[in-house]
Each structure stands twice: as structure tokens, then as C-alpha cells.
Design a protein around this ligand. Structure first.
Ligand SMILES: [Zn+2]
Length: 264
């Protein structure tokens, strides 16, 4: 029987799930009804390999899959089901859209999740893989979207509020780091604050989120300017933000505090 507390998270690459959802999952770690389904469209095999890291172009995908599994163990709540769809890293937007939708829909149909989370059209970094996975997940979700029951009740898009993005960019300026330019592909971007419908306070589990982040050892150099600055990482991880993509928001909806808020 579906419990009404199943969360499916659909992303493109290993480490996309390290920020933005790990705190939500950690907060539900002791919830016996909670089910967590994780879908990766690719193994990240085309990612950057930093100098001296023991991986090759041939092995990086497998290395990153293992890092992702280690990361969830470090968070303390591994997925109940983890699906690797095997699409080509860096070329997911070249996959026929119907094929991508069908692969994601097969998992969602089997799992009947209560809430589905993915990327919005901003892709957080404008990454074409992120945007393609988000659009395909939206399309699959909308085949099932239901106003009541225990399945397909809510569709979420992970996002960075514009006001937070602006604050982070100011801090980067103060630290002498290059600013994010949201007009550039692969640079972080925000969404208007009024689009954010769910803000999860992750401060009590931020140490677990950071422990997970640090397991993505092959990517630490692209994930943080200073991977050893644990305090800065904890601050960055203190909130997870989502736009509520479905159901349509009407009037002035209250800010949700948990993915399942109001669905019982
Ligand atoms: Zn990614």
C-alpha cells in the first residue's frame, strides 16, 4: 500500500542530489513511512577529473556512482530504490524527449510517489542536462498528477531564491571569488523569491548534508571553492528551497516547510 510519504527525486548527475534534497531526506530518516526513490539519468562519466585523482575517462562514471552511494550512507538515509537510467552525460538534451520521458515515467509509474522533485527550467546552473531531465520529469508527472489520494500530489522544482543568490554573489565578491553570471550556461542562477513555495530548514542536519557532499571526492574542486571550509558549507546547506510546480498555486499560499506538508 502506498504510504503517502514517498518522495521521488529525479536528477541528471551524481552530486546533483548532494545539495538541495539531502537535508529533506535526513530530516525524514527516522520516519518509518518515508520512502525515498532516487533516479539518476546519467552516471556523470563525462565530468571533470581533477589532476591526480585516480579515475580515467573510462572509470569515472563507475567512480561517481560509488561516490553517490557512499554519500547517501554518510547522510545516514540511503535511497530505498536507486535507479541509474544510463543516458549519456553531457548529452541528455540530445536524447529524444519521448525516450527520456518514457524512462522516467516507467520508474514513477512503478513507484507511485506522493511527491516528485526535479529541476525547473532554470536548471539551477542552466545546464542543458538538468533542464532536459527537469522537463521530462514534469511531462511524466503530469500524466499522473492527482488532486487527492497518495500518489502524484505535488511536483517540486529545486531552486535558489533570487535574494539568496544575490547574497551569495555579494559574499563571493567580498571573498574575491568570481561572481556567478546567470546569463552563462553552468553558472548558478536564482528564481524570483515569490516562486519559492517550500523552504526546508536543514540546520539540524547540515552536518549530515556536508558529510554526504564530501563523499563526492572526484568533484570536490567543482563543488566548492574551499572543500575544507566546513562552516561555509554548513551555512550554504542550511536551507533547501523549491518552487511548487504542481498543483498550480492560487491566491497567496502559505510557505510550506516540508515536502509532504498539507498532503495528509
Ligand atoms: Zn548536474
Amino acid at each position: 500500500m502506498p504510504s503517502g510519504r514517498c518522495l521521488a527525486h529525479v536528477v541528471a548527475h551524481p552530486d546533483d542530489d548532494a545539495y538541495g534534497i539531502a537535508g529533506t531526506v535526513a530530516l525524514h530518516a527516522e520516519d518509518p513511512d518515508f520512502r525515498f526513490v532516487l533516479v539518476h539519468a546519467s552516471d556523470g562519466g563525462a565530468g571533470d577529473i581533477r589532476a591526480g585523482f585516480p579515475a580515467t575517462r573510462e572509470t569515472l562514471g563507475r567512480v561517481r556512482q560509488q561516490e553517490d552511494e557512499n554519500a547517501w550512507r554518510a547522510v545516514g538515509r540511503p535511497p530505498d530504490r536507486h535507479v541509474w537510467l544510463g543516458f549519456p552525460d553531457g548529452a541528455i538534451d540530445q536524447v529524444p524527449f519521448d525516450e527520456l520521458v518514457a524512462a522516467i515515467d516507467a520508474v514513477l509509474t512503478a513507484e507511485q510517489p506522493t511527491v516528485v522533485a526535479t529541476f525547473g527550467p532554470d536548471g539551477i546552473f542552466g545546464h542543458p542536462d538538468h533542464i532536459a531531465v527537469g522537463a521530462a520529469t514534469d511531462a511524466a508527472f503530469l500524466r499522473h498528477a492527482a488532486p487527492d489520494g497518495t500518489s502524484f500530489r505535488r511536483l517540486l522544482h529545486g531552486a535558489v531564491p533570487q535574494s539568496v543568490f544575490d547574497r551569495w554573489n555579494r559574499q563571493r565578491g567580498t571573498l574575491g571569488l568570481p561572481l556567478f553570471d546567470p546569463t552563462r550556461t553552468y553558472d548558478m542562477r536564482g528564481v524570483p523569491d515569490e516562486e519559492i513555495g517550500l523552504t526546508v530548514d536543514c540546520r539540524t542536519v547540515s552536518d549530515r548534508i556536508v558529510a554526504g557532499l564530501r563523499e563526492h571526492k572526484s568533484q570536490l574542486h567543482v563543488m566548492s571553492d574551499d572543500p575544507d571550509d566546513i562552516e561555509r558549507w554548513r551555512r550554504v546547506c542550511s536551507r533547501e528551497w523549491f518552487a511548487v510546480a504542481w498543483p498550480p498555486r492560487t491566491g497567496e499560499p502559505a510557505m510550506l516547510a516540508d515536502v509532504f506538508d498539507g498532503l495528509d
